[in-house]
Write a protein that binds this ligand. Structure first.
Ligand code: GLN
Length: 286
């Protein structure tokens, strides 16, 4: 009996030390064949053209292109997001921030949210999907990233009125006059890798995530200094701010925000126990 496409794909991925070969094989075959990943099994047959597409995809994967950037989408939190080379791939660690933000929105009945550095839109749109009465504004300095976010807005069926997306850079002064400000909540996963560390990142990150979404300047903290300053204008007096941070940065970032006048409420670990999400509020936390 000839080997199934599924088994053959798994073998190639195992030989390349891919961590989840079965899952990735199903996702690659599904993308090549245009079917749902749950339906892929040993009986799955491919047309000649789908087989050619699959071969190309496997080759890209063996060259360490991230799976989501090959198949063009990634599951994040409860939803699925379109991705490409112009956006940071959504990470499971960032789901911690979304979960924490969702709890705060629920507990404090928040109505408005600003996402600084929208990327694919995975943070903002996850929150807008969970809370139908919430409206949001998202900014990104990359027009190409905003294009992906716009595709995600449409795919997730979120109206333009509930999600206003702008091309803007938080280092520009215009940001202080953003329409709809001040907001109940600011969320951000800014670039936080120190410039000189970028070269040492995993090749899947270094070669396939946009540099602008990673590079946090000399000490990795440039964006936090600016966001802390901007939050004084952009956040309501009792508003919350949740930000993701890099390894060993939580303490310094807390100092930056508390010096600007915000209160540090909580720091949350990611799935590996690394401090990854910091919650601030303009007034006392409770
Ligand atoms: N989490 C990404 C990484 O570890 C960095 C994303 C960022 O700078 N915000 O590579």
């Amino acid at each position: 009996m000839t080997e199934s496409v599924y088994q053959a794909t798994i073998k190639k991925l195992i030989a390349a030390n891919i961590v989840s070969p079965r899952l990735e094989a199903r996702l690659l075959i599904a993308a090549a064949a245009g079917v749902d990943a749950d339906t892929v099994n040993d009986e799955t047959r491919l047309t000649q053209s789908a087989a050619t597409v699959l071969e190309q995809m496997i080759e890209e994967r063996l060259n360490h292109k991230p799976l989501d950037k090959i198949i063009g989408h990634k599951a994040f939190y409860k939803y699925d997001f379109i991705v490409n080379e112009n956006v940071l791939s959504p990470r499971p660690d960032t789901e911690i921030l979304v979960e924490a933000a969702a709890e705060i929105i629920k507990k404090h009945h928040l109505h408005s949210v600003l996402d600084l550095g929208l990327g694919s839109g995975c943070i903002l749109f996850s929150l807008l999907k969970d809370f139908p009465n919430l409206y949001g504004v998202g900014i990104d300095k990359s027009v190409a990233a905003l294009h992906v976010a716009e595709q995600n807005r449409l795919a997730l069926d979120i109206s333009e009125e509930r999600a206003r997306l702008f091309n803007a850079d938080w280092f520009d002064d215009d940001i202080m006059n953003l329409d709809d400000a001040p907001f109940d909540l600011i969320v951000s996963n800014p670039p936080y890798i120190p410039s000189s560390d970028i070269e040492n990142l995993d090749s899947e990150v270094k070669n396939f995530d946009p540099k602008a979404a990673l590079d946090g300047g000399q000490d990795g903290l440039s964006s936090y200094r600016r966001i802390a300053e901007a939050s004084l204008r952009l956040l309501k007096d009792d508003g919350f701010l949740l930000t993701e941070c890099g390894i060993f940065q939580a303490h310094d970032i807390s100092k930056i925000f508390t010096a600007a006048g915000l209160k540090h409420c909580q720091t949350l670990p990611d799935l590996s126990g690394i401090e990854r999400c910091i919650i601030f509020r303009k007034k006392d936390c409770n």
